[in-house]
Ligand binder design. Structure first.
Ligand code: PAF
Length: 282
């Protein structure tokens, strides 16, 4: 597995692969890799010839009071995992390499849907994501890029700018990977104490309860939403940031779930903010 640290290094690597006729798969990550990321990498390996993974904690997508400094970093451990997952090259730049002096161009997806869910809670977040993902796709000359459904709104944002800006890359969304307990895998799970980890099960539990009600015939979005809210409110360590049901992938308000829709939640467990979602076939 090759480690690339500069823009020039990744550009020459991807050019060489392109000249050799290889299909390039990109898996952008911020490191602290878990089974969710490794599933993306294995999926990329199955669908492309060469997998480039990036490990870059992108400062531009964090707000001033968010966890950029505290965000878990373990590059050596990540490399061992990526090698096992069949990654061919890792791009691991510094912030100065990605955003050198004079950098002043950003990708801003302006649709109303970007202001909902995490976009509403984290102003500027998707501008940072869209900017770095655009740059990574270009540097890697990626034919396909892979993202997890856990960040479903992020996938909607990426699909939107890829279409709007006619970027020749196929965006693949890979289902959420969960622990046996149901907890969605997340790098932020490592912030949780044992007690908080137990409390965090309320996220998947509440979504499952709502899905059962929907499968049983309940389609009024507000009623399904209430089931989630009531279940989360039973957990003393949990504080709701948002609980929403929108059409998917447009993320528009709906009264009845009679088409594809997403139940998306963000919940603070102690100081840790966790997100989860379930997509419903309407
Ligand atoms: O999902 C993430 O980890 C990040 O938002 C991404 C896509 C790697 C961009 O920094």
């Amino acid at each position: 597995m090759v480690i690339l640290r500069t823009q020039d290094e990744i550009k020459s690597y991807s050019l060489e692969m392109k000249k050799a006729g290889k299909v390039i798969g990109l898996v952008p990550t911020m490191g602290a890799l878990h089974e969710g990321h490794l599933t993306l990498m294995r999926e990329a390996k199955a669908k492309t010839d060469v997998v480039i993974a990036s490990v870059f904690v992108n400062p531009v997508q964090f707000g001033p009071n968010e966890d950029f400094d505290a965000y878990p970093r373990d590059f050596e451990g990540d490399c061992q995992k990526m090698e096992k997952a069949g990654v061919d090259a890792v791009f691991h730049p510094t912030p100065e390499e990605m955003y050198p002096d004079g950098f002043c161009t950003y990708v801003n997806v302006e649709g109303e849907f970007t202001k909902r869910l995490c976009g509403g809670q984290r102003p500027g977040h998707f501008r940072g994501v869209a900017t770095v993902v655009t740059k990574l796709i270009n540097l890697a000359r990626a034919d396909k890029a892979f993202f997890g459904q856990k960040d479903a709104q992020q996938v909607c944002v990426i699909r939107r700018f890829v279409e709007d800006l006619a970027i020749p890359v196929e965006i693949n969304m890979v289902p959420i990977v969960r622990e046996e307990s149901g907890l969605a895998r997340s790098s932020r799970n490592m912030y949780l104490s044992a007690k908080e980890k137990e409390a965090a099960l309320v996220l998947s539990r509440s979504l499952n309860k709502a899905k059962e009600a929907f499968d049983g015939g309940l389609t009024k979005a507000s009623a399904v939403k209430q089931i989630i809210v009531d279940e989360i409110n039973k957990e003393p360590l949990a504080a709701i940031d948002y609980v929403e049901i929108y059409s998917f992938p447009e993320l528009e308000e709906i009264e009845y779930i009679n088409r594809e829709a997403i139940m998306a939640i963000a919940v603070k467990i102690g100081k840790t903010r966790l997100i989860d979602n379930v997509i419903l076939e309407g």
